[in-house]
Design a protein around this ligand. Sequence first.
Ligand code: WTA
Length: 643
Amino acid sequence: MNDPQFGKDENQEIISLEGSKIKKIKDEVQKNPNQFWSDCAKNLVWFKEWEQVLDWKYPFAKWFRGGKLNAAYNCLDKHLTTNKKNQAAIIWEGEDGKSVTITYSQLFRRVNQLANAFKKMGIEKGDRITIYLPMIPELPISMLACARIGAIHSVIFSGFSSQSIIDRVNDAKSKIIVTADGGYRRGKIVPLKRIVDEAVKHTPSIEKVIVVKRTYEDIITGENDVWYENIVNRESSFCPSEWMESNDPLFILYTSGTTGKPKGVVHGNGGYLTHLYNSAKWVFNFDPTDIFFCTADIGWITGHSYVVYAPLMHGVTEVIYEGAPDFPSPDQYWKIVEKNGVTILYTTPTALRSYMRYGNEIPNSYDLSSLRLLGTVGEPINPEVWKWYFNVIGKNNCPIIDTWWQTETGGIMISMCPGIENIKMKPGSGSFSLPGIEIEIVDDKGSRIKDDKKGYLTIKKPWPGMLLSLWNNNERYKKTYWEKVDNSFFAGDFAYIDKDKYIWILGRADDVLKVSGHRLGTIELESAFVSHPSISEAAVTSRSDEIKGETIIAFLVLKKGIESSQHLSIEVNEYIKRTIGPIASAEKIFFVNKLPKTRSGKIMRRLLKSIVNKETIGDISTLEDEASIEEITHELDAINKQI
Ligand code: WTA
């Protein structure tokens, strides 16, 4: 058995791909970055060529300024004149075992029909459309229909609550919501339309709600509701593509940050698509015969970039799975790989950890020999899990790409690139940055630090997939990403570079949690807790968890006169799930009299984190109320014993 951790020579052999083109590519980009990125952009179909490769007015980048293109055209039309036309674009696998295949030409028709229906409803270029759908084909179809007519899509993960919809719709001022009667989650029906009904009472910009039939629930239909199938069926199957300027927004995707309000990350057309096309080429090394299975929910950035845009631009066949990895049985991914002959699996460490729990027998009972490449994303992967993935799933034959990136970066930034290089894998490290991406690890003052030392991950130069800005909030964009370190993008992660120059990601350096790989802000959670009528103050931190990576631990101070109880704890947790969504469920809630704060009133979350993770507490000399130190430490000690 190979032991990849120690980089034996066998590992070199398993990546017997095209050899090392990467040095040549990296030299090229160093010598003439504009020429390099311009060549990369030429992999897309443009209606009009750009006037300037990069117009960089710190911190705003306009990539391929003046160029005109359309994302849906690049995903669909360009394949219609090739033999891909009748090839499967999407193989959809439902949680209930139902399966549907959609060819490129069928997908084209369905996208065009919906685009025409949107237009008939008065949607114009630049208008926003919110999409709140489960993982069904209508989700990518709706996104591509928006892209076709230049409407900006804002997809909301279908596990979020009505309050999350209200916040996001009101920020984007969307005119339409596309939703479904219901969605399946672990055999249960999530009443999506009912959640939307609650939300639209508070979203004045919404003119129409379009409803897809999925679960055939009894739902209430008001005068602004229309059935998806009724509006698309009568539409023509051709709608001209809008010529989008490269820097016109393609979508808004809300993501958690270090304040209570989610950030509307805005991505454009030309730069974003160029980054996706090329990163997918280098990292996945797509071949026309590939069957690609990215397990991410489209409600998150991985789904936007590597379920919708990148694979369709490349014309591969992809599998979209509606359900959870372990429902109805803990073998869903393996079943899908065998059934469809999946060649590339791109998933999360959380999903792998949950499968590992069930042992090797289950995956060993499936034929996984079609796999040629395995990927992970979203959180650090522990070497143990990496090895299990490599040995048990890949049968020591598939390279593992550990891809680091973020909602803000648009596409993959750090990963081994089997399409262009042949290197030794180190389990737990994503290896190197992609061509043209310059990563630097810096200290508190923004100075580059020595290799092997932990610091903040920054990106030194603009890259095509970078966010255009935050929706309607250039100031917050500047402050969040570009003012922490001079002239560099601040990613919010801790990392270090080892002596062989491999990059290792150590997790978030800010108040952002990763629960099952999903991004949640502590402050966002705290605001939700204090909106409960019994709570006056809240501090949220996380505890390491074997399966989920991190779980939420909340410390709550009750309002005067309110008694703590088990019942209240359950009620508060239910309230949080209703307010944010089921993923925000706290693992533990503690009622305390006082929160540890600094003298300037800041909650000492790091102290709480150390305590719940049983780490050394460190310096507490900045605590606000010296007289209370003892009391707080005592309380926290008691809490510690309970954990
Ligand atoms: C984390 C997900 C370690 C990281 C694409 C980042 C990772 C955050 C990795 C972004 C990885 C993502 N190894 N950590 N391979 N990939 N992360 O915006 O903390 O949901 O900042 O984008 O996920 O999360 P987001």
